[in-house]
Design a protein around this ligand. Structure first.
Ligand code: ATP
Length: 364
């Protein structure tokens, strides 16, 4: 569906960023285009070095594109220095001023903008309530915990009411439990303020649980943009399928296809139905992807067969590693129930039933 221009907050158009010269040249971004909507929690997800921070820095104005343009609500922001952009950044390191109190840190940006004292005081109080830090307003930021520092950094960045908040791996310094709490907190803050959040992470689970939409990046390219469900259930390319959770890849041959569906023949001879990524016309040999939880074990009658090589118990579910007849392996993930009447054993011959709508043909 084409985006309506008035709903787009940040429009990145054909942006390329090259660092260095000659043999040291690095193409950090390669003709990247993406439209980020107003009021959405948008995540840039990808492995280290794929260009996530570079894209954030270009939006913030800390650096300039080599080519292409970035529009904010339809206006080219190239002429605006960072402090004139209605965009703020929360860094991984928080970058708080340790000699200032919590309240003074939050007031800092507003003071730089020369806002009247009464307005600053009111806004600081509002921000302290928003991040639930009222009681610590006069504490030095050198004397608060990592999670509290994170809240202050968020309050400081939100205080001048930016249109867009950029968050560069803001949770990576926190321990597991606090990180989970702050994930919920960040979602709440985005929802309550209605500000567009552009969040950078290399953690796929964090991206899936928090985002309205995700852009998966690799080596300076955006490979796919979609809702967490689209990205997980319908990965368009192998990298996305592999990066987002555990999965099964099977070689197959095309039998027939329509616009978005295909019939493919698996190595076992079984013909299954598969969906096809938008704009892709597969032919000949293809790769299909099937998530482990979209298949189940049976005694017979499934599309694939093999021998159980390994059973791994995870509490809520169990992973069954199957060596397929004819070569290759396949993982089936099944939820554990209290029904203990039928227990598969390593070495058993098993059949695998592929769920309806489970398979997806990958683009190269
Ligand atoms: P990480 O998760 O490790 O922060 P990232 O996805 O944010 O990685 P970037 O920091 O955007 O990746 O870097 C993208 C590429 O550009 C990398 O190869 C990096 O080494 C290179 N790069 C980034 N900044 C510079 C710079 N100032 N000079 C030269 N190369 C740079």
């Amino acid at each position: 569906m084409p985006e309506k221009p008035d709903q787009i907050a940040i429009d990145v158009r054909h942006v390329t960023k090259v660092f260095g010269f000659g043999p040291d040249k690095v193409h950090a971004l390669k003709d990247v285009s993406v439209a980020i909507r107003e009021n959405e929690f948008f995540t840039l997800l990808g492995p280290s070095g794929c260009g996530k921070t570079t894209l954030l820095r270009l939006i913030a104005g800390f650096d300039f594109p080599t080519d292409g343009e970035i529009l904010l609500h339809g206006q080219d922001i190239a002429p605006l220095p960072p402090y004139k952009r209605p965009v703020n950044t929360v860094f991984q390191s928080y970058a708080l001023f340790p000699h200032l109190t919590v309240a003074q840190n939050i007031a800092f940006g507003l003071e730089m903008l020369g806002r009247p004292r009464a307005e600053i005081d009111a806004r600081v109080s509002q921000m302290l309530t928003l991040v639930r830090m009222e009681e610590l307003r006069n504490r030095s930021t050198a004397q608060i915990s990592g999670g509290q520092q994170q809240r202050v950094a968020l309050a400081r960045a939100l205080a001048p009411q930016p249109k867009v908040l950029l968050l560069d791996e803001p949770l990576s310094a926190l321990d597991f439990k606090l990180r989970k709490e702050m994930q919920i907190e960040l979602k709440r803050l985005q929802h309550e303020t209605g500000i567009t959040f552009i969040f950078v992470t290399h953690d796929q689970e964090e991206a899936l649980t928090m985002s309205d939409r995700i852009a998966v990046m690799s080596a300076g390219n955006i490979l796919q943009v979609g809702s967490p469900k689209d990205i997980y259930d319908r990965p368009a390319v192998r990298f996305v399928a592999d990066f987002i959770g555990e999965t099964n890849f099977l070689e197959a041959a095309m039998v027939s296809s329509t616009k978005d569906r295909a019939s493919v023949r698996l190595g076992s001879g079984a013909v299954i139905d598969a969906s096809v990524p938008k704009g892709f016309s597969p032919s000949g040999k293809v790769t299909v992807v099937i998530r482990p939880e979209h298949a189940r074990l049976a005694d017979d009658g499934g599309e694939l067969s093999g021998r159980l090589a390994n059973i791994v118990y995870f509490g809520t579910d169990t992973h069954f590693h199957v060596d397929l007849d004819g070569g290759g392996s396949f993982i089936v993930r099944q939820q554990n129930t209290r029904d203990e009447s039928r227990r598969a054993q390593e070495g058993d011959k098993v059949s695998i039933v592929v769920g309806t709508g489970a398979a997806q043909v990958l683009r190269d």
